[in-house]
Ligand binder design. Structure first.
Ligand SMILES: Cc1cc2nc3c(=O)[nH]c(=O)nc-3n(C[C@H](O)[C@H](O)[C@H](O)COP(=O)(O)OP(=O)(O)OC[C@H]3O[C@@H](n4cnc5c(N)ncnc54)[C@H](O)[C@@H]3O)c2cc1C
Length: 400
């Protein structure tokens, strides 16, 4: 039985074969309650992220999780992949947004922990077993999601920088500035930004495309004008800093949305390179530039035409890497590429899967790069909860 939400997952966790029974959670689409006093939403698993965002907005609240697949991705899918997204550096990943969870277990019993409070210290906090389990341990049916005050207006800027270190200095500056709420800090290396902006019809002189990296910043404020003014004055203050190049501040919400498409319209890459091999890694902030610099020559040593597109969630060190070739790669080549991308991460303190999960696509990487004791425990947990391997077989781990 394969649970499916919006089927936007990027590691094949919701893929079926002809023998699968699909458990489509789409009908569980009710927002049961928004409690503005406690600041929580009680929602069924099939509610889309955008529906939850909209419902919360009516109460001046926000789920504080956001990603480009918001229109289709469901609460159940977000929980099951422990999704992160644009605001994770401020508000945490899905694990930090879930206060309570109801899950149907493979034996038909129902795990019910619909607490609405942040503090529970009552033994093992078992809901966390199901968060990020990709539907292999149970089917999430309802959740209590923590909400945050809504930021009424947003302003966006795109700044050219030399490297991730320079971008991080900009981020630190905005984080430390009182009265300003930085909501997003996304980075794109030049090849990615040039490719998506050209496909979206931007002229070369409209964006700071000459820089090695582009940093997309979003700050919140009471009005669009106030947020834009704060963003502009902040950028003016640090403009002369080392590593900060050209920049543009969106003059309207429409322009801001257009700028955001440069970062979010990743589909452009897959139209150019069908099924392009893609990777989602976490790298500690101070190690990002060294990691990226190493990638070019080591990938070229595998195949001289490899020249990756790199972009991601700078402020939490989550990089997305897409190769400029049609996929899938032959298995030995895929393995060599994974070695280049994943092998340094353990020592650096990063992770070979940042926010997309393991699913089918990263099974081999899980076996090669996850801690062996973690693998053994994971199989034991799977065997305990789902000894017959009924739920999402073949994904993440097999039971003992
Ligand atoms: C354009 C785009 C941008 C994205 N950006 C981000 C991003 O910034 N950050 C990020 O973290 N992710 C991102 N993602 C991927 C992200 O994992 C998914 O968007 C989302 O978390 C999955 O939700 P879904 O409802 O589509 O789940 P599905 O794809 O349907 O399923 C995903 C997994 O969860 C399981 N599952 C689904 N529902 C349930 C349930 N109710 N109970 C148990 N298991 C269930 C499935 O079996 C599968 O293993 C992006 C995807 C796209 C297409």
């Amino acid at each position: 039985m394969v649970p499916q939400g919006g089927r936007t997952g990027l590691v094949g966790g919701a893929i079926t074969d002809p023998d699968s029974l699909i458990c489509d959670l789409g009908a569980l689409d009710r927002i049961e309650e928004i409690d503005p006093v406690t600041g929580v939403a009680v929602v069924q698993a099939g509610v889309t992220l955008s529906a939850l965002q909209e419902a919360a907005r009516a109460f001046g609240l926000d789920p504080a999780i956001d990603l480009a697949a918001r229109g289709s991705a469901t609460v159940g899918g977000l929980i099951s992949t422990n999704a992160g997204g644009i605001m994770a550096f401020r508000a945490g990943v899905m694990r930090h947004r879930v206060l309570g969870l109801e899950v149907v277990l493979p034996d038909g019993s129902i795990f019910c922990d619909l607490t609405r409070v942040m503090k529970t210290s009552a033994g093992y906090d078992l809901k966390h077993l199901f968060i990020g389990a990709e539907g292999t341990l149970g089917i999430a049916t309802r959740a209590v999601i923590k909400l945050e005050p809504l930021v009424p207006a947003r302003a966006t800027a795109l700044v050219g920088v030399d490297n991730a270190a320079a971008a991080q200095r900009v981020v630190q500056y905005f984080l430390s500035r009182g009265g300003m709420s930085l909501r997003a800090a996304e980075i794109m290396w030049r090849r990615y930004a040039q490719t998506t902006s050209a496909a979206l019809g931007f002229d070369h002189d409209q964006l700071p495309l000459g820089a090695n990296c582009l940093l997309a910043l979003e700050v919140g404020g009471d009005t669009f004008e106030a947020a834009s003014a704060a963003l502009e004055s902040g950028l003016a203050e640090i403009y002369d800093e080392d590593g900060l190049k050209d920049g543009v501040v969106a003059s309207s919400m429409q322009q801001a949305d257009r700028i955001w498409r440069v970062r979010e319209d990743t589909e452009i890459l897959y139209r150019l390179h069908p099924q392009a091999p893609s990777f989602d890694v976490s790298v500690p902030g101070g190690a990002i530039d060294g990691y990226v610099e190493r990638l070019g020559p080591t990938l070229k040593a595998i195949d001289p035409q490899l020249d990756p597109y790199i972009f991601g969630h700078l402020a939490d060190g989550n990089l997305h890497i897409v190769l400029n070739v049609q996929g899938p790669l032959p298995t030995p080549v895929q393995q060599r590429v994974e070695d280049v991308l994943y092998a340094p991460l353990g020592e650096l303190g990063g992770c070979f899967s940042a926010e997309h999960g393991i699913g089918l696509k990263k099974r081999a990487a899980f076996e090669r790069y996850a801690d062996p004791v973690k693998q053994t425990l994971s199989r034991a947990v799977k065997g305990l909860l789902d000894p017959k391997g009924l739920l999402n077989p073949g994904k993440v781990v097999d039971p003992f």
